[in-house]
Ligand binder design. Structure first.
Ligand code: A3P
Length: 307
């Protein structure tokens, strides 16, 4: 397939390759089968020193961070940020659809520098060259219960990941790390620990909700970009939940319903902190929190599950 392929068109033209892929273990982490089957080129991916990696556990606010970063790097130029959908502007490193569709790696190999790259890989599966080349990494973490709720709805509408099943069972699967990209607990902890050793900026979804201006300034410092305050405010306005929900370049509505069936749940679903309270029973919350204390013992990483 040509390198300059129109990716969205290609996705639309090959509905036959998409179905709910089973998960397969890669170094102990459950990943969608096409990723596991094409693992070698991902593991051997060659980063460049000026690559910027946006790393998240799924549903932690990846798309939001991608939009904020793209706008910062383009000086707040809103028209430029609408040049292509999120997944074309900032390719997804490990995504693999069965051939003939291009993989994330092949999209990236031909992309000009500086590249911005998305990944959901846990720290220990990130290709080593990112650390050897000392690349900057932005990590977004979101509190476990909201992350779980968001993932539950996403797995209903994302027709390439296993069906989430009933709510009660899904909570258990999440707690056991039996979902795509594995354990939330290991994911958030490992990047937190490794930020001492690498150029990792750790950002919380809840902090972005609380004060996006403040977090954009943190990002600008990290990215060594200076923008006037009116541009910062323009970025804040254009990355609000409502604007991104209506923006065809960020709301994933360009993807065919054979991949994301948004009649089941919107990609831009609610965008809130504390939505978990609408789904967890008191007993479920107590059991989840008790297990959480055990799994998160010994770390000073703290999430807020309400604002
Ligand atoms: P909800 O399902 O809780 O609404 P990801 O991009 O990692 O898949 O994360 C998706 C989650 O981020 C969804 O959460 C989505 O609504 C939320 N989100 C996306 N853009 C947002 C924004 N501008 N403000 C707040 N939340 C946003």
């Amino acid at each position: 397939m040509a390198d300059d392929v129109d990716y969205t068109r290609a996705l639309n033209e090959h509905p036959e390759v998409f179905y709910r892929y089973p998960l397969k273990l890669v170094h102990g982490v459950p990943l969608m089968a096409p990723i596991a089957q094409q693992w070698a080129p991902i593991e051997n991916f060659q980063a460049r020193p000026d690559d910027l990696l946006i790393a998240t556990y799924p549903k932690a606010g990846t798309t939001w961070m991608q939009e904020v970063v793209d706008l910062i790097l383009n000086g707040g130029d809103v028209e430029k940020a609408r040049r292509a959908p999120t997944y074309v502007r900032i390719p997804f490193l490990e995504i693999c659809s069965p051939p003939p569709l291009p993989s994330g790696v092949s999209q990236l190999q031909n992309a000009p520098s500086p590249r911005v790259i998305k990944t959901h890989l846990p720290f220990h599966l990130v290709p080593k060259s990112f650390w050897e080349k000392k690349c900057k990494v932005i990590y977004v973490g979101r509190n476990a219960k909201d992350n779980l709720v968001s993932y539950f709805f996403f797995d209903q509408m994302n027709l390439t990941q296993p069906d989430p099943g009933p709510w009660e069972e899904y909570i258990k699967k999440f707690m056991e790390g039996q979902v795509a990209w594995g354990s939330w607990y290991d994911h958030v902890r490992h990047y937190w620990d490794e930020k001492q050793n690498h150029r990792i900026l750790y950002v919380f979804y809840e902090d972005m909700k609380e004060d996006l201006t403040r977090e954009i300034h943190r990002l600008m410092d990290f990215l060594e970009v200076d923008l006037p305050e009116d541009v910062v405010q323009k970025i804040v306005r254009n990355t609000s939940f409502q604007v991104m929900k209506e923006n065809p370049m960020t709301n994933y509505k360009l993807l065919p319903s054979t991949i994301f069936d948004q009649s089941k749940s919107s990609f831009m679903r609610k965008g809130e902190v504390g939505d978990w309270k609408n789904y967890f029973t008191v007993a479920q919350r107590e059991a989840f929190d008790a297990d959480y204390q055990r799994k998160m013992e010994g770390t000073n990483l703290q999430f807020r599950d309400e604002l």
